[in-house]
Design a binder for this molecule. Structure first.
Ligand code: MG
Length: 168
């Protein structure tokens, strides 16, 4: 007979997050905490880091702690122009208060241009530092919209994130 693990299956929880931003002239393009040279940047209330926002929603979702807009409303002036790493830290504090720590993240950023691949190791390092884990647990993938839809036409950027959290 197979040995049944005594671990409670709810010691492990998955979450999912998605975020989009419009791309406009006159804004910086900040993705995963890295400022990327680009003629257009993401519009929004905070620094508009689409990847960190998707990650925030994924870890909050895994812990059933609602979403980024619930905790950090874009109508609140204290979050205007804020570095999203601060929001990610605050969101992770809420997850830890509920007794969970990060297992791993898997993410995909969709952007037509510029190429993100050269920046991915730095993004992994920045995000891993927020979670205080090895960057091996932070997967970042990049793809385009193949010239279709708002991503493909260069009008916007989208990020997805799956997160696993574990009981501490
Ligand atoms: Mg956002």
């Amino acid at each position: 007979m197979t040995q049944i693990s005594r671990n409670n299956p709810f010691d492990y929880r998955v979450g999912f997050g998605v975020d989009i931003h419009q791309l406009v002239e006159g804004r910086p393009l900040i993705i995963g905490g890295v400022e990327i040279d680009s003629p257009v940047g993401a519009m929004g209330h905070s620094d508009s880091d689409v990847l960190l926002h998707a990650i925030i929603d994924a870890i909050l979702g895994a812990a059933a702690l609602r979403d980024i807009g619930f905790h950090f409303p874009d109508t609140d002036d204290q979050y205007k122009g804020i570095n999203s790493k601060i929001l990610l830290k605050k969101a992770y504090d809420l997850v830890k208060e509920k007794g969970y720590q990060l297992g791993n993240l898997d993410t995909t950023v969709m952007l037509e241009a510029p190429k993100l691949n050269p920046h991915i190791p730095k993004m992994q390092e920045i995000i891993a530092d927020v979670f205080q884990v090895d960057s091996d647990r932070i997967s970042i993938k990049a793809t385009t919209g193949e010239k279709m839809g708002f991503v493909g036409e260069g009008k916007g950027i989208r990020a997805y994130c799956s997160a696993l959290i574990c009981k501490m």
